[in-house]
Design a protein around this ligand. Structure first.
Ligand SMILES: Nc1nc2c(ncn2[C@@H]2O[C@H](COP(=O)(O)OP(=O)(O)OP(=O)(O)O)[C@@H](O)[C@H]2O)c(=O)[nH]1
Ligand SMILES: [Mg+2]
Length: 223
């Protein structure tokens, strides 16, 4: 990358940071906890959101911003669960930016508890863009392999949580859970790790409980 290209990138990231900070402030004032989900394509982000919708729906109000290069398929899946969802179609861009979330701001109901943002399936670029979230969570599915935290470190160093998904497949895969957790914690010792299977519905309650206590903390801070 040339010096000029680096300067342009720094400027872009700088303005993204400012917009993200503004979004975070506004959502926090409304008492909304925002969660940015990052992963490679197909790691199970939408499936996890569908399962969470079933668990949260009775007691909490959630909404989802879906990011994809093309199609409204993921937003349709979420709406089918009775949850409001907006689809951002980037038409080629490999990550969401704060300004894209900002454009949806007028449509976001003020009485939400949780706002989830499903980023574009990509373990690289989304890690560089703050979207105004309170919690960033990277998903790693067992078929991707246990070596990913050190190969794609930024997604792990910038995240607060790691969800290892598709744990039901571990018996038929050479995925070493202990090794994956050890490598992830070496990259980022502060990661809170959850192990889930959306198929078998395991581990999801722990993740939901974590979000509920984070929501209470946010509301206490605001009180
Ligand atoms: N075995 C198993 N398969 C799962 C699990 N969760 C999701 N899948 C499957 O993984 C595939 C991809 O799941 P999605 O939820 O669409 O993944 P995604 O991360 O939203 O994908 P993109 O939005 O395209 O990046 C689907 O065929 C799911 O049924 C799980 O816990 N176990
Ligand atoms: Mg998806």
């Amino acid at each position: 990358m040339s010096k000029k290209e680096i300067l342009v990138l720094e400027e872009l990231l700088g303005s993204n940071k400012k917009i993200a900070a503004e979004i975070r402030k506004k959502l926090e004032e409304k008492g909304i906890l925002t969660i940015n989900l990052l992963s490679s394509p197909g790691a199970g982000k939408t499936t996890l959101l569908e399962k969470m919708a079933e668990k949260l729906k009775a007691d909490y109000r959630m909404a989802v911003i879906e990011g994809d290069i093309e199609t409204e398929k993921d937003a349709e899946r979420i709406r089918a669960k009775g949850i409001p969802a907006w689809q951002i179609i980037t038409g080629g861009a490999c990550h969401l930016e704060a300004k894209m979330v900002g454009k949806l701001f007028p449509e976001i109901p003020a009485d939400l508890d949780f706002l989830f943002i499903e980023n574009i399936g990509n373990l690289v670029c989304p890690a560089s863009y703050d979207l105004g979230e309170n919690i960033r969570c990277v998903l790693l599915s067992t078929p991707e392999g246990d070596d990913k935290p050190k190969k794609y470190p930024k997604a792990f160093t910038t995240s607060d949580c790691l969800i290892i998904t598709k744990s039901d497949l571990m018996p038929v895969l050479p995925f070493d859970l202990e090794y994956a957790c050890k490598e992830a914690l070496e990259v980022n010792p502060n990661l809170k790790i959850f192990v889930t299977s959306a198929l078998k519905e395991t581990g999801i309650d722990e993740w939901v409980e974590h979000l509920v206590s984070a929501l209470h903390e946010l509301r206490q801070k605001n009180a």
